[in-house]
Design a protein around this ligand. Sequence first.
Ligand SMILES: *Cc1c(COP(=O)(O)O)cnc(C)c1O
Length: 361
Amino acid sequence: MAELSDLPLRDNLVGKTPYGAPQAAVPVSLNVNENTHPLPEAFIAEATEALAAALRGVNRYPDREFMGLREALAGYLGYGLTPEQVWAANGSNEVLQQILQAFGGPGRTLMSFTPTYSMYPLLADGTDTGWIGVPRDADFRVTPELAVAAIREHQPDIVVLCAPNNPTGTPMSLETVIAAYDAFDGILVVDEAYKEFDTATESAISLLPGRHRLIVSRTMSKAFAFAGVRLGYLAADSAVVDALRLVRLPYHLSGLTQAAAVTAVKHSEAMLATVGEIRAQRDRLGVALAERGYTVHESGANFLLVGGFADPGAVFERLRAQGILVRDLGIAGHVRITAGTESETSTVISAIEEFGAAGSV
Ligand SMILES: *Cc1c(COP(=O)(O)O)cnc(C)c1O
């Protein structure tokens, strides 16, 4: 067998490691921010029929423009969006990759504020786009002043603001989005993967009118409990959608994906019925760990970044030995924990309480 180093790999991929959150079959899996609740049975029943009908048509290529799904997503998002302003792909990772293929590439740069979503630099590498990570402030915030100063200094072609931010949970103000947009002539992406959990802030979709370089990306992987289907989407000016059509693979969204997603959007109220409960579990987890002396960072998402661990790697291993997966992202003293069901949340609270006070493990 040859080694990776024996291959004529592109220079900017040499020495890189693939995205790799552990996938282990454990009873309590709280490491990739999925919605861990079961899907509504009424949705399963209707989606089963829709998938059967779609299967009868798989001898033909699917609708390349997936207008039925774009219409459904435009209706779900609201704000008077038309289907021409909506686009989708296999996960918002693919949406972001298409954005980089169209607007990034050799000689261009993508900037974001770290710590942030670990896929941004990987997607930059994969499209030969330069990566610029600018540290957030001490509270993991991006103030309008910080955003504007970083954009003026680095002159990026694309900026992505993760709102709320993964892995810190930090909400993002619309003032920062507006200031960032006005500070350059490039593409501004607001990644709203966790938006459904964040009731305190207005969506950046409200800022789209008059801002043709603004893109708001969403996903069905988190609140919608739909990670396995792979469906991410965006709202933007229709000119942005025209640009993405230049780089998408023809028929990239399978007929089965389209059928499942249209049905999910139709059942969005039921699909999202657990969002309030997940927020309540997140807050219960936060209160329990704060009482033990841990640092719980403000979160507008379905997870918490928790500090006060002496050795996050050891915490990860000890919890995994008990059948609980959390995420060690290499942030000193911290682990990220997804808010699960009531019983999963109780399990992880008890396990950490058994460690003793903050700092003992
Ligand atoms: C989970 C996540 C995504 C979603 O990825 P999908 O490809 O849609 O599953 C996008 N952005 C952030 C910040 C995330 O945490």
